[in-house]
Design a protein around this ligand. Sequence first.
Ligand code: SF4
Length: 196
Amino acid sequence: MRKKILLHTCCAPCAIHPLAVLRDLGFHVTAYFYNPNIHPYLEFKKRLDALIFYCDANDLPLIIDGHYQMADFLRAVVFKEQIRCTICQYLRINKTQEYAKSNGFDLFTTSLLYSRYQNHNEIRNQCEVLSKQSEVAFYYKDFREGWQDGIDASLALGLYRQPYCGCIFSEQERYDKTFKSKRDKPHVENDRSSNE
Ligand code: SF4
């Protein structure tokens, strides 16, 4: 019996390499879209539509938490902007492990581990802590090793590739380099888009 793994998926391009790795290992993979950080709404729709297209083309089951929960995200990070990425990652990973637990998955993991611009070790630690609490196993892999393969494949497929990480703050930083340089950075690597 193949083990069922829930792959939290931030966007289609970041899912390509993790999916290949997990399928090579024999897992039955299901993608899970929960990303309340994405701003504005049309950007959220663009990323989701690209993921739906990719999943259809690759016979990948997809569970969508499609309610646009930007207000929840903003309530969680307001007055805590300096640690917003930690909160953002936690919200998404926590929801993923909750869904995995409630729906009989053997393991969970996240495409956030593919990004070169996120705080990789922090994401790994959050997953490990939440896994212990929920008793759903976490599958760790440094998916960054497939960084260029994922980019090449997404370009070949013509997938939408977002130019900033996702939240309203990162959208400002995309254009406003002064804002970017003035901000105190808890982690330099958090400061970039996953696909820019
Ligand atoms: S920069 Fe990216 S990881 Fe950080 S809060 Fe914004 S969307 Fe989340």
